[in-house]
Design a binder for this molecule. Structure first.
Ligand code: AHG
Ligand code: MN
Ligand code: MN
Length: 342
């Protein structure tokens, strides 16, 4: 594996090819999926950047399966990804936060051996106020016998992912992905329209600086969660006090914690027994990334990537980020001491 230093100009396409060469048996199909995701990301970035100008702000009043009013950019991003991915011959099915059911590959197009699950626009409530939003994606290998993808191909535990990543449309547009060989970050150079390697082999600090949680739900948390949050705030178990940073876009909060060290928590609460975030296209892909960077992701009972999904849009509580803070969550919420939790 060629060791790249941040000074060498490496495009994402070249990096994908170099990673593919690590696997002599690789057919190039997975690489093709990553190329297409990068293309879709550039197209969405272009729309997000001009959202304030082209009057595509605000909702278009349609409802998605989550019952949330869809922002126009949600719908547009969803369509961009589907159109970029549905004819490449590498996928046999897709699933999106914005679509109630499995997205089949149109008749007449070749079916491949992978499935793609995605949140086309994460944090969409922030679009109108110019706060960073993102895209999250997850790739699984087809396991069913037929040519076309089936629900069983989508409902696989996170440890079966072959690739995952996210795009953050922030002060710059960055794409971070993993194929199980580390987590790597690429920054879009808009002057040439290329994602360039900027963060090779990302490592999350073992101990966090930041706590990302919406504590307006505090009264709805159970006692163990309340104790955990007091620890994170330096009020118990002599844990250092973390700085609270909560943007309200999972991708933005996660990305800051990945680079700077920290924990993002969306606990279960009395009104949302499984929390708010979706397992298959929010928690699992970010869990793959964070574990590849040396961090951890936990759902309050077990490792997120060990959960066996039963529904496409099922939700999960989520504690994700620096290992020390997530281990503390594991210890306090399940009573199982893991490593140095304190
Ligand atoms: P999405 O826009 O894809 O529906 O995701 C929104 C999610 C996530 O991005 C964020 O962390 C969370 O909603 C914020 O929820 P609260 O407003 O309840 O804190
Ligand atoms: Mn989301
Ligand atoms: Mn979304």
């Amino acid at each position: 594996m060629v060791q790249h230093t941040p000074t060498s100009v490496v495009t994402i396409d070249r990096y994908i090819i170099e990673q593919e060469r690590l696997y002599p048996e690789a057919t190039g199909e997975l690489s093709g999926i990553l190329y297409d995701v990068a293309l879709a990301a550039k197209m969405i970035a272009n729309k997000v950047r001009s959202a304030g100008l082209a009057d595509i702000l605000g909702s278009n009043e349609s409802q998605n399966v989550q019952g949330e009013v869809q922002a126009k950019l949600d719908v547009l991003s969803n369509e961009i990804i589907i159109k970029a991915m549905d004819h490449g011959g590498r996928l046999c099915a897709m699933a999106s936060e914005e679509e109630p059911d499995i997205i089949p590959i149109p008749d007449g197009f070749k079916c491949g051996k992978y499935v793609l699950l995605f949140d086309p626009l994460d944090g969409s409530s922030n679009i109108d106020v110019n706060v960073p939003v993102g895209t999250i994606f997850s790739v699984l290998r087809k396991t069913s016998s037929g040519t076309r993808g089936e629900m069983s191909d989508l409902l696989q535990p996170g440890h079966q992912q072959v690739a995952a990543g996210y795009v953050i449309y922030g002060s710059s547009t960055m794409l971070v992905y993993t194929t199980g060989q580390g987590a790597h970050g690429f920054t879009l150079d808009p002057s040439i329209g290329e994602f360039l390697l900027s963060h090779p082999n990302i490592r999350i600090p073992d101990s966090g600086r930041y706590l990302s949680v919406n504590d307006s739900y505090e009264q709805l948390w159970d006692e163990n969660v309340k104790t955990l949050m007091r620890c994170y705030r330096g009020l118990e178990r002599d844990h250092k006090a973390l700085s609270v940073r909560y943007v309200g876009s999972l991708v933005a909060d996660f990305h800051r914690n990945l680079l700077g060290g920290g924990v993002f928590a969306y606990p279960a609460n009395a009104k949302r027994k499984l929390g708010k975030l979706r397992l298959l296209y929010e928690a699992n892909p970010l869990a793959f990334i964070v574990e590849q960077a040396g961090g951890a992701a936990y759902d309050g009972t077990r490792r997120v990537m060990d959960v066996q999904p039963t529904e496409l849009h099922q939700r999960t509580p989520l504690y994700i980020g620096s290992k020390r803070e997530v281990d503390l969550a594991t210890e306090l919420l399940s009573g199982v001491a893991v490593g140095v939790g304190g």
